[in-house]
Design a protein around this ligand. Structure first.
Ligand code: ADP
Length: 401
C-alpha cells in the first residue's frame, strides 16, 4: 500500500499546531497543539480523531521545539499513527514568508532551507520558528520528504502595479520592499472552493475573498490568480484586525516618534498588538463586541463601524480592480460566523450588485453556501477555510508517486 498520510506542522515562536490527514479521503486522523514552549507550564493537547477518542491534555515543561515535536510524535504513536509509520508520505510545513523566490510549494533541501533563512529579515518573528520546526522534523525523519507551503506564494501572481509601493525604486529594491501578501493558502483554497460552489472552473470566475479572522485580509482573484491583496510587506497593512491597525497614514509613525517620544519598537507593538479592534474598544473577539453592541455600548459600536467601513472600502476597491466580480466569499472565524459583519459589509452596495438574503445569511453551517438572494448579480458566499487541508493537499501532490 502506498503512503497516503501527511502531517501538517504550523510552528510558531512558542507553539506547534499539527494535523495528520489521510489524503485518500482528506480525513483528519489526529490534531493537536503544543503551547507555551520553553515555559514551565507548556501544554499539549491531542485529539485522536480517527479513533474518536477523547482529547488528551497534559501540562508540564516542554523545553524547545525539538521536545515539542518529540511529544507530538509520542502522542501520535499512542494511537498507532507514529512518525515512523510507512503510511506517512510527507510532512507539510506552513512557512510564512517565501519572498519572491517561492511561488509554489517546495520540497525542502539544504538550498531551500538557506533561502528561507535569507528571508528572515522580511519575517523576523515567523520564519525562524518555521525553520526550527522544519529542522527538527528533518532530524526526526531524515528520509521523509518535507514540503514548505508558503503564505505568500498565492500572491506572487500580483502584477507589478499592485505589488509595488510608490517608493524610490533603488531604496525599495535594496531592502526588498514590496507588497507580498499573506494568508495565501486560505485565499487559494477559498477562491477555488467558491468557484466550485458556483459550479464553475476557477479560471472562469472573479472572486473577492475576505479572510476575517484575528488577522484579516482581502484578495482580488481573477480566473484563479491573485491580482491584489490587502496585506503588504508585512501582515500589518489593510483591513482593521483584532489587534492590528491595518492601513494608517505612515506619517502617524513619524508623529508618534517625534511628538509622542515613542521608540520604533513601541510603535511596532502599538500598531501590531494594541490597535485594531482591541485598541478601539478593548475587545478583539467579535462575539464580545456584538454582545456589547446589543447592550448599547457606544465604544464597541464605533469599533464595529470602523471595521466595517474599512472592509467596504476594500470591497469597492477590488470591484474596481477586477471589473467584473462573480462572487464575494467570507471566510475565517469572523467571516464564517458573524452574520452581522457580512450583512453590514455589503449594506448599501446594491449598485455594485451586492446584497445578502437575511434568512440565508442567518443560517449557520460548516459547508460552503450562498447567502445572497437567488437573483443576485454578484453572489455572496460563506466558505469555511481549511488551511491544513490545503497544505496537506499541496504537499501530497508534490510527493505522491
Ligand atoms: P486566527 O486563525 O487569525 O487566530 P480565526 O480565523 O480562528 O483566527 O478567527 C478568530 C476570531 O473569530 C475570533 O477572534 C472571533 O472574533 C471570531 N469568531 C469566532 N467565532 C465567532 C462567532 N461565533 N461569532 C463571531 N465571531 C466569531
Amino acid at each position: 500500500m502506498s503512503a497516503t498520510r501527511v502531517l501538517v506542522l504550523n510552528s510558531g515562536s512558542s507553539s506547534v499546531k499539527y494535523q495528520l490527514l489521510d489524503m485518500r479521503d482528506s480525513s483528519r486522523l489526529a490534531a493537536g497543539l503544543v503551547e507555551r514552549i520553553g515555559e514551565e507550564t507548556s501544554r499539549i493537547r491531542h485529539t485522536p480523531l480517527a479513533s474518536g477518542g477523547e482529547t488528551r491534555e497534559s501540562v508540564g515543561p516542554v523545553a524547545d521545539h525539538e521536545a515539542a515535536l518529540k511529544a507530538v510524535a509520542e502522542e501520535l504513536s499512542r494511537d498507532g499513527l507514529g512518525l515512523d509509520s510507512p503510511e506517512l508520505a510527507a510532512i507539510g510545513h506552513r512557512v510564512v514568508h517565501g519572498g519572491r523566490t517561492f511561488t509554489e510549494p517546495t520540497v525542502i533541501d539544504d538550498t531551500v532551507l538557506a533561502e528561507i533563512e535569507r528571508l528572515i529579515p522580511l519575517a523576523p518573528l515567523h520564519n525562524p520558528a518555521n525553520l526550527t520546526g522544519i529542522r527538527t522534523a528533518r532530524a526526526l525523519r531524515p528520509d521523509l520528504p518535507q514540503v514548505a507551503v508558503f503564505d505568500t506564494a498565492f500572491h506572487t501572481t500580483m502584477p507589478e502595479p499592485a505589488a509595488r509601493y510608490a517608493l524610490d525604486v533603488a531604496t525599495a529594491d535594496e531592502h526588498r520592499i514590496r507588497r507580498y501578501g499573506f494568508h495565501g493558502t486560505s485565499h487559494a483554497y477559498v477562491s477555488r472552493a467558491t468557484a466550485r460552489l458556483l459550479g464553475k472552473a476557477p479560471e472562469d470566475v472573479n472572486v473577492i475573498v475576505l479572510h476575517l479572522g484575528n488577522g484579516a485580509s482581502a484578495s482580488a482573484v481573477r480566473g484563479g490568480r491573485c491580482v491584489d491583496t490587502s496585506m503588504g510587506l508585512t501582515p500589518l497593512e489593510g483591513l482593521v484586525m483584532g489587534t492590528r491597525s491595518g492601513d494608517v497614514d505612515p506619517a502617524v509613525i513619524f508623529h508618534l516618534a517625534r511628538v509622542g517620544g515613542m521608540s520604533i519598537d513601541e510603535i511596532d507593538t502599538l500598531l501590531n498588538k494594541k490597535s485594531g479592534l482591541i485598541g478601539l474598544c478593548g475587545d478583539n473577539d467579535m462575539r464580545e463586541i456584538r454582545r456589547r453592541i446589543d447592550a448599547a455600548d457606544e465604544e464597541a459600536k464605533l469599533a464595529f463601524d470602523i471595521y466595517i467601513h474599512r472592509l467596504k472600502k476594500y470591497i469597492g476597491a477590488y470591484c474596481a480592480v477586477l471589473g467584473r466580480v462573480d462572487a464575494i466569499a467570507f471566510t475565517a472565524g469572523v467571516g464564517e460566523n458573524a452574520s452581522e459583519v457580512r450583512e453590514a459589509a455589503v449594506a448599501g452596495l446594491e449598485t455594485l450588485g451586492l446584497a445578502v438574503d437575511g434568512a440565508l445569511n442567518a443560517v449557520r453551517g460548516d459547508e460552503p453556501r450562498l447567502v445572497s438572494p437567488a437573483d443576485a448579480r454578484v453572489k455572496v458566499a460563506v466558505v469555511p477555510t481549511d488551511e491544513e487541508l490545503e497544505i496537506a493537499a499541496q504537499a501530497y501532490a508534490l510527493v505522491k508517486k
